[in-house]
Every structure is written in C-alpha cells, then in structure tokens.
Design a protein around this ligand. Structure first.
Ligand SMILES: Nc1nc2c(ncn2[C@@H]2O[C@H](COP(=O)(O)OP(=O)(O)OP(=O)(O)O)[C@@H](O)[C@H]2O)c(=O)[nH]1
Ligand SMILES: [Mg+2]
Length: 200
C-alpha cells in the first residue's frame, strides 16, 4: 500500500491549556473542547493535504488527552508514545500557570519515545495569555487591548517573564525550542504559529 508522505505534529499539554482549541483554529478541525472538565479522552488526528511542491504531501496533527489526567497518565501513555514516535514536530501548550513540574517529568519520560530517525522539532506555545490568573486583589490587571486585539503592555511584560521562566525550566531537558505566545479564543498570533509549524 502506498502510504501518505505526511508531516506529523503532536500537541501535548495539561488539560484545559487549549490543545484542541488551537488545533481547531490552526487546521480547521472540529475537536470537542470544554471549559470546566477534561475533554479529549482519545488519541485524535486530522490530516490535511498540502499544496503541490511541498516537501510533504500532507500534514497530520495529533490531539492528545491532557497530561496529568488519570494520575500517572498510565491509561493514556500508549497514545502519547504512539503519537510522539510518529511525530516530526511536538507542540507543548502551556499557560501562565506556574506548576511546571508534572510537565517536566512527563517530557523526561517522553524523551525515550522520540524517533531517532526523525529530526524532531519542538515548539512551546504560551496560550491563554488573556488570562487574569495574574490579577491581584486590587483587580487592576487588564491583560487585553480589545481595540487592537493584542496583549496589553502589562500582559506583554508577563509574557516576556513567563517565556524566560519556561526557558529556565525546560532548556536542556527535552529538545531546543522557541516560545510562541498565542490566544486561541481571540485569534491572536494563530497565523504566526501556523507559519512556525509549517516551516518545514
Ligand atoms: N480565555 C481563553 N480561553 C481559552 C483559550 N484557549 C482555550 N480556551 C478555553 O479553554 C477551555 C479548554 O480548552 P480545550 O481546547 O478544551 O483544552 P485542551 O487542552 O484540549 O483540554 P483537554 O482536552 O482536557 O486536555 C475551553 O473552554 C476553551 O474555549 C485562550 O487562549 N483564552
Ligand atoms: Mg482537548
């Protein structure tokens, strides 16, 4: 059988960080999302054909259940292993949440599932940047400049700081990466992220 020459991308990250929302926006998919409870419980994928002349015929994107769901991830571990083994690019979706240790442990374990025949790329996406998680009791933090649909100046400072923290916590632990700030629900930087993923 003639297999499709597909560029494979796997999205991973904690539950609620916006993996499915981002895939829906980036690749015009229809995966379920949920505000309050963990949502993706299977290994899902969507395949889109690429234009002629591209290095690959198609792009296949894997959506995975949230890291940390079901304690040790044992129920889902085979999904992660399978998707990561197939992948040319891994996208970790994170937020301003400051608890990175479970993801660090997860990546350490996942390193063993990387396919040595592929030159795997790694991208860290900082989503939910419109979050008010950083607001103090004065409630003066406005993360979003609604008029221009961009992060506020204060939010930009938090993005820079969080980006630095992500580097401190994840550099030399998995694969080299850049951090791309996005907002799935406000369509901010989605085109930029698509460009980075498609930069094959
Ligand atoms: N405010 C805000 N909400 C977001 C953003 N991205 C996603 N959401 C919301 O966050 C919730 C969770 O998003 P999902 O896409 O289901 O998250 P997930 O990572 O796929 O979660 P699991 O499938 O449980 O692992 C949904 O209600 C989304 O609408 C964002 O950038 N800002
Ligand atoms: Mg999901």
């Amino acid at each position: 059988m003639k297999t499709l020459n597909s560029y494979n991308v796997c999205f991973i990250g904690r539950t609620g960080n916006g993996k499915s929302s981002l895939i829906n926006k980036l690749f015009d998919a229809k995966f379920s999302t949920d505000t309050l409870v963990s949502c993706t419980k299977e290994l899902l994928s969507v395949t889109r054909m690429l234009s002629e002349g591209s290095k690959y015929e198609a792009i296949t994107v894997y959506d995975t259940p949230g890291i940390g769901e079901y304690s040790s991830d044992s129920r889902y571990w085979r999904f992660y292993e399978d998707a990561v083994w197939r992948s040319d690019c891994i996208v970790l979706v994170t937020t301003f949440d400051r608890t990175d240790a479970p993801v660090q442990r997860f990546l350490r374990k996942l390193k063993e599932s990387l396919n040595p025949d592929k030159n795997v790329r790694f991208i860290v996406v900082l989503n939910h940047i419109d979050s008010r998680i950083i607001a103090d009791s004065n409630d003066v933090y406005s993360p979003w400049d609604n008029e221009n649909n961009i992060p506020s100046v204060e939010c930009m400072k938090n993005i820079e700081e969080r980006t630095q923290i992500i580097h401190e916590r994840f550099d030399n632990r998995f694969l080299p990466f850049d951090v791309v700030p996005v907002c799935a629900v406000r369509n901010f930087n989605i085109d930029k992220l698509r460009e980075v993923i498609y930069n094959i």
